[in-house]
Design a protein around this ligand. Structure first.
Ligand SMILES: NC(=O)c1ccc[n+]([C@@H]2O[C@H](COP(=O)([O-])OP(=O)(O)OC[C@H]3O[C@@H](n4cnc5c(N)ncnc54)[C@H](OP(=O)(O)O)[C@@H]3O)[C@@H](O)[C@H]2O)c1
Length: 424
């Protein structure tokens, strides 16, 4: 006899898929009817897994007429994109954790889902276990959110925290993080800021109710951060963090970026350490709200995926138009702001020859490029070289880039070792 359980198909049984499978076991109104993997022979960390559920053809999941909800948990753009479209065409709702896919093809997928009267939920795709999308779309819906500052990547936050605590180099800490499983063998996606950029693309789109295009998100990673920068930042009252930030002005211009920042120790994000993630949302009328928690991992991520599945399950069969609040109902694009047109405060570490008048020359180059200095400190004179640490007032990025060209071409100065923006 046909049971009344909601039928789920899972594509991907890796870190997230395994957590989702295990978590769903305690819900007796849900039945997992098929699971697609790449390699059927791989040993799985699941007790008494029914081998009959497993297929290595994900189209068996999206084409199965009994399945009502598909959880896409494989990652990457293809075949995930085609699988989701096929599943929607076949009348299924989607839950996904795939930040890359949403950042690159979210618009097309959400439009396709809406045209087919199906939903795509993706709570896990932004910050793993931290609830963000549902709170923004429901409890914070009365707000005009215009600013986000976030730590959205656990790997880079772990590396930066370790560099800070151990006074260690990026290279050494990366190696250690790889051994501990906190960083991938190829860490590019994390350390160059791609992962955080995918997440802030979707998060800002939802929070600002205007589409942000991934291609317009400015991105810089953490590979050039030096222990010397960590030390200098600490002495001046800051921590260095990889910050995903987004700001929307009154005219609808969106400045969205990912890059390292000196975060004042007075701010919550300065104290978010190791693999923890945190998101500070600013808006009216709420003011500032920070949500923090585990941004990745088997069970934290499963918590969000399962929450999305249950949200759909609770409505199936009760309405013809599921979860209107959770649908993507904005179609306007934000106007992107180019980083060279932004104003920032900067930290600079300059290596100069230990000769007379160097500080004066830096001052002149600042003046010539409309840059005011907040502080300038010369320290650690080693042999014939001096380290000069500069913090500027707010100035234009394009002026700063011209200043750096001037400084790098000055014979008395060897080079600008670091340029890191400072949170104001
Ligand atoms: N890991 C986290 O903490 C985390 C947090 C938030 C979001 N996410 C997102 O969640 C998704 C999954 O991440 P994950 O860490 O769980 O990845 P993972 O551990 O690498 O697992 C991927 C799973 O997908 C399966 N797979 C890959 N290609 C397939 C294909 N073409 N057909 C069928 N199955 C296929 C793999 O099969 P085999 O097992 O046979 O290789 C594996 O089971 C990604 O979008 C990721 O960005 C992950």
């Amino acid at each position: 006899m046909e049971n009344n359980k909601i039928k789920i198909g899972i594509i991907g049984l890796g870190t997230v898929g395994t957590g989702v499978f295990k978590t769903l076991q305690s819900f007796d109104n849900i039945e997992i009817v098929k699971i697609a993997v790449r390699n059927k022979n791989k040993k799985r960390n699941i007790e008494n897994l029914d081998e009959n559920l497993i297929t290595d053809n994900p189209y068996e999941v999206v084409n199965d007429p009994s399945i009502q909800i598909v959880a896409e948990l494989i990652g990457g753009t293809e075949p995930a994109f085609d699988l989701i479209k096929t599943a929607i065409s076949n009348g299924k709702h989607i839950v996904t954790a795939n930040k890359e896919l949403l950042a690159k093809h979210g618009e097309e997928l959400f439009n396709f889902a809406e045209a087919n009267n199906k939903v795509i939920l993706y709570e896990a795709a932004i910050a793993g276990g931290i609830p963000l999308i549902m709170p923004i779309k429901t409890i914070l819906a009365g707000n005009k959110i215009n600013k986000i500052k976030a730590i959205l990547n656990g790997t880079t936050n772990y590396i930066l925290t370790k560099m800070d605590v151990q006074n260690a180099s990026y290279e050494d800490v990366l190696k250690e993080a790889q051994q501990l499983g906190y960083a991938e063998t190829d860490p590019t996606g994390d350390v160059e800021g791609y992962d955080a950029a995918y997440k802030i693309t979707t998060l800002a789109t939802i929070a600002f109710k205007k589409r942000i295009k991934f291609a317009n998100v400015y991105r810089e990673g953490i590979t050039k951060i030096r222990p010397e920068d960590m030390k200098a930042a600490n002495e001046m009252g800051y921590k260095i963090k990889l910050i995903a930030s987004a700001e929307l002005d009154e005219a609808g211009n969106a400045d969205v970026r990912v890059h390292p920042m000196l975060v004042p120790k007075s701010k919550t994000l300065a104290h978010i350490d190791y693999v923890t993630n945190a998101v500070t949302l600013s808006g009216h009328p709420v003011g500032e709200v920070t949500l923090s928690g585990p941004g990745a991992g088997e069970f934290p991520t499963a918590s969000s995926v399962v929450g999305d599945i249950l949200a759909i399950v609770s409505e199936i069969g009760k309405t013809d138009y599921l979860l209107p609040m959770m649908r993507c109902n904005h179609h306007e694009n934000a106007t992107p702001v180019n980083i060279s047109d932004t104003k920032n405060k900067y930290y600079l570490s300059i290596c100069s020859k230990n000769s007379l008048g160097v500080i004066g020359r830096i001052g002149q180059a600042c003046e010539a490029n409309n840059i005011s200095l907040a502080s300038i400190v010369q320290k650690e004179v080693e042999g014939s070289y001096a380290d000069i640490t500069v913090i500027t007032e707010l100035c234009r990025e394009q002026d700063m880039q011209k200043f750096i060209d001037t400084i790098n071409n000055d014979a008395a100065i060897t080079k600008v070792n670091s340029l890191i923006r400072v949170q104001v």
